[in-house]
Write a protein that binds this ligand. Structure first.
Ligand code: 2F8
Ligand code: CA
Length: 130
């Protein structure tokens, strides 16, 4: 796809913070349609950068344990090694939470929460530079 407008560059990758809300799967499809995927977060620098844009809302990130409960995997197929979970998360509330969001108004570094994949949230895409 052509290079999309309105994406932020950080460390030679491009990021999109949605204004709309959608399910985790639909959000992921939006990113894929634009040459990317939901964001992966594998460094503290990136977690800090992203949080500069995610202070006000929940945003889907590219992490789920849909395949095997309790085994968190990034959308690129890699296993989660270091998570920035909010205290008490992930808790799989009502045994129904398999997709990860960033939460607003929590500590900036540890702010992830697992949520039901079918609820509508903002999302963050990542793709290569053009
Ligand atoms: O207390 C944390 C808990 O809060 C909510 O459940 C009551 C969240 N669920 C939704 O917002 C749908 C949980 O994900 C969260 O763990
Ligand atoms: Ca949760």
């Amino acid at each position: 796809p052509p290079c999309p407008e309105g994406w932020q560059e950080f460390q030679s990758r491009l990021y999109f913070f949605s204004k709309e809300k959608d399910t985790w799967s639909e959000s992921r499809q939006y990113c894929k349609d634009r040459g990317g995927d939901l964001v992966t977060i594998k460094s503290t620098e990136k977690q800090v950068f992203l949080n500069g844009f995610m202070k006000r809302n929940h945003f889907w990130i590219g992490l789920s344990d849909r395949g095997t409960e309790g085994t968190w995997k990034w959308v690129d197929g890699t296993a989660l090694t270091k998570g920035y979970w909010k205290r008490g998360e992930p808790n799989d509330a009502d045994s129904a939470e398999d997709c990860a969001t960033s939460e607003p108004e929590t500590t900036p570094l540890n702010n992830w929460n697992d949520m039901p994949c079918g609820v509508n949230r903002h999302w963050v895409c990542e793709r290569s530079v053009c």
